[in-house]
Design a protein around this ligand. Sequence first.
Ligand code: NAD
Ligand code: DAU
Length: 356
Amino acid sequence: MNFLVTGGAGFIGSAVCRHLCANPAYRVTNLDKLTYAGNLASLRPIENAHNYSFAHADICDERAVLDILRRNDIDIVMNLAAESHVDRSIDGPGAFIETNIVGTYKMLNAALEYWRGLSDDRKSRFRFHHVSTDEVFGDLPFDGGMFVEETPYAPSSPYSASKAASDHLVRAWHETYGLPVVLSNCSNNYGPYHFPEKLIPLVILNALDEKPLPVYGAGANVRDWLFVEDHARALELIATKGTPGESYNVGGNSERTNLAVVETICDLLDIRRPRAGGKRYRDLITFVTDRPGHDRRYAIDASKIGRELGWAPSENFDSGLTRTVDWFLDNKWWWGPIREQRYAGERLGEARKEVV
Ligand code: NAD
Ligand code: DAU
């Protein structure tokens, strides 16, 4: 079976490529533009694998995508390429509109043209799997409620609005043109190779650098956390066994306030890399201005994927976070150049900018 993974040089896409390549019956083509978030070093464990190849391309380039689909005889597209950071979407929404909306539209057009040229047998087996986020459902109150697949979309940020728009396009290509699509909406991932603009890797690396650990507002906002390798397994199941036209919610059943997440990282580091002079990492926690439009809480009801596809996470938050902290302690070769050359940890998305 031949997979095209877009955004495979990113955090989740690279986990998907590493996971799929472990199956010798699969061939994996990774299509990535290599933006600031793309990093071929994340593919090092599979870069010489017989069943892995890389194509440097932009999902907005419909002709290039079509050519890659044809040259690699693709059976399953997994569309992960996106601008993914909420704070960057506040500072500069344009790239999010371009890649997440226009790029998905171009991917759908290319996939449709390719699909129409397949034999009937291959046509029925083809899938376009669009990887989305729980943020499309918007803001939950602190005291109850969970997102189910039928929850109405109510995105709050330019990022989540662009992902919501792309989900609608994917459904429309199914209803109107019959393209066999599946969608998934997942909660916050964490784990190895996570770009250090996101909360968990940022806090780990700032702590190791003895820098302030920025907590937005009072740190009371709640996210549901899923270890990235559990997400990669879920995505393989959805892409290969999901029902066309359906969407699947994926979550870790691990809700935590942001402050609790940061404190747990501090406590793990106190044991694994104690600070000089008996100081505690918690002393570096700094409360900073809140994110504009900050959703209070996300929570996922993942019972459908459990019931229909037999998926369950294998890591809980404590075991996954321990693995993650240990990975960052052992892999400075990966994150050192990023912190030096791409992103040093400065505050992003602090204020709404006037658009003229
Ligand atoms: P990421 O920012 O780490 O990686 C995105 C990748 O896409 C990068 O390699 C980048 O180079 C590539 N890319 C960006 N624009 C491109 C373009 N125009 N053409 C080709 N490649 C392009 O993102 P991530 O955290 O790995 O997220 C992957 C997907 O999963 C996204 O669609 C995101 O919305 C979704 N998602 C993420 C999370 C999460 O917690 N990180 C949770 C749920 C869903
Ligand atoms: O829910 C899924 C989403 O999770 C994905 O769709 C996004 O691509 C992914 O980036 C993530 O979005 P979040 O905005 O939830 O992740 P982030 O790591 O940016 O922030 C997590 C929480 O921590 C959020 O409530 C904001 C807060 N935060 C974040 C940063 C970067 C802080 O308190 N301090 C920080 O420095």
